[in-house]
Design a protein around this ligand. Structure first.
Ligand code: BGP
Length: 463
């Protein structure tokens, strides 16, 4: 059973939905010059779908009204840092950018939707990336604090749920997208990335402390990409391979939820011949732990100690799992992995959990006659995952909400395309940029509305 007050809703990110990339004083972010997502180098000249996105900047009223029709109680969005501080190191904020989010939060409030705000979702101001190499520089921590203080004060009372960095653990694989690091990946040592991670962890802890100081009612969470690793065989070597793979992810939640580097950090540093440059006071800062943990969940990974078996994948080196089907983009579909993730995180940290992203990316077209998309496969995907959330609740895990990723179709993060659709609402826009941008509820729209209205009970009916 889902508890009363469970926060049902969905999630979006500014750089993937807002568009208006140069409007009302906004500066460029790294995403504005990454037309291929993480599949190619930055290119400021090439056509970039994110420049218009799904035009949420001008259509947020209509979009929030549609989400309210589904009964949303929470909407996770991000603030585009470069809308508030166009260069990232400006001395004063951009009032037009601040006013935009006032309007968005007011629209949510009018419809009884609580905003949950990600402070940094793959959209570091480009100037910070180019000038300071993003979070490789300690200076970026101060600039992030300036931005956080501005938005915490401005939206005091309007926003109470905050996430610091989206999928903070992806810095190791995607240093530009995740850490705003302009230096090409192949020129970075592992130690360079660990140092940037240290800076992001400090920035996150300082933001958490500041959020609590500015409004004791603020609740701050971390956000990680959660991918359970399974051993390919019962061979002990495969178990150890899983343990090591897990640790490179747990490192982030261990620091953010427990307040200190775990013991195995020593081994990680030694293995890579790296050392962290720490300043006096850093360890104290890290003690400012989060109130809750949030994560994205899309897939699980299978791991072998035999490196010849491991294949390079966008979501990390792994072996195909013979028990799982995959999406059109090759992402293994594993609802039970979500129950496992919820249990493991709760056992380890004992803090409330929020599922910040989950969903199915698929190619689909609008039926010209019915003006909808019959997305039974998405309903099945979401239903199977939500039933596992319910199982985890029965296991005793404290879960306070669920956000369906890309609840309105938007530009994808990894491949920067429009045609990888996650929405319960179809947006008429195509990879070549054509389309009216009109919104059309899909079949999953009515299905999710019923799930929310019945507080999960309708999941037990066949869709
Ligand atoms: C997460 C990101 C989102 C998002 C989602 C789906 O990694 O936090 O921004 O887009 O994954 O990924 P994609 O859009 O690449 O399918």
């Amino acid at each position: 059973m889902f508890p009363n007050g469970f926060l049902w809703g969905g999630a979006l990110a500014a750089n993937q939905c807002e568009g208006a990339y140069r409007e009302d004083g906004k500066g460029l972010s790294i995403s504005d010059v990454m037309p291929h997502g993480v599949m190619g180098p930055p290119d400021a000249e090439a056509f970039n779908l994110k420049h218009i996105g799904i035009d949420f900047y001008h259509r947020y009223e209509e979009d929030i009204a549609l989400l309210a029709q589904m009964g949303f109680r929470v909407l996770r969005i991000s603030i585009a840092w470069s809308r508030i501080f166009p260069n990232g190191d400006d001395s004063t904020p951009n009032e037009a950018g601040l006013a935009f989010y006032d309007r968005v939060f007011d629209a949510c409030a009018r419809r009884g939707i609580a905003p949950m705000v990600t402070l940094s979702h793959y959209e570091t101001p480009l100037h910070l990336a180019k000038t300071y190499d993003g979070f490789r520089s300690r200076r970026t921590i101060d600039l992030f604090q300036r931005y956080c203080e501005t938005v915490f004060r401005r939206y005091r009372g309007k926003v109470r749920l905050w996430l610091t960095f989206n999928e903070i653990n992806t810095v190791l694989n995607h240093p530009l997208l995740s850490g705003g690091i302009w230096t090409p990946q192949d020129e970075l040592s592992y130690g360079d990335k660990l140092q940037a991670i240290h800076h992001e962890l400090l920035a996150s802890a300082l933001a958490t402390r500041m959020a609590h100081e500015i409004d004791p009612e603020n609740r701050v969470g971390c956000m990680v990409s959660s991918v359970p690793n399974y051993p390919l065989t019962p061979a002990p070597a495969d178990q150890i391979a899983v343990m090591l793979a897990d640790q490179t992810n747990l490192l982030f939640t261990d620091v953010q939820a427990r307040g200190a580097y775990p013991g195995y950090m020593r081994r990680i540093l030694a293995e890579h011949g790296a050392a962290l440059a720490m300043e006096p006071g850093d360890e104290e800062i890290l003690k400012n732990t989060v109130d809750f943990l949030s994560f994205s969940y899309y897939l699980s990974r299978c791991i072998s100690a035999d490196s010849d078996k491991m294949q390079t994948q966008f979501f990390g080196a792994s072996v195909p799992n013979p028990y799982l089907k995959t999406t059109d983009w090759g992402w293994p579909i594993d609802p039970q992995g979500l129950r496992l993730t919820l249990n493991r995180l709760y056992e380890r940290y004992g803090k409330p959990l929020f599922i910040a992203e989950n969903g199915l990316g698929a190619r689909e077209t609008l039926d010209p006659d019915t003006k909808t998309v019959c997305d039974d496969y998405r309903i099945e995907y979401l239903r199977a995952h939500l039933l596992q959330v319910e199982q985890a609740l029965s296991d005793g895990v404290d879960i306070f909400g669920y956000a369906a990723w890309g609840c309105i179709d938007l530009v994808s993060a990894s491949t920067a395309e429009m045609e990888k659709r996650y929405g319960l609402i179809y947006v008429d826009r195509n990879n070549d940029g054509s389309g009216s941008l009109r919104r059309y509820p899909k079949k999953s729209f009515g299905w999710y509305r019923d799930v929310i209205a019945s507080n999960g009970a309708s999941l037990h009916q066949n869709p």
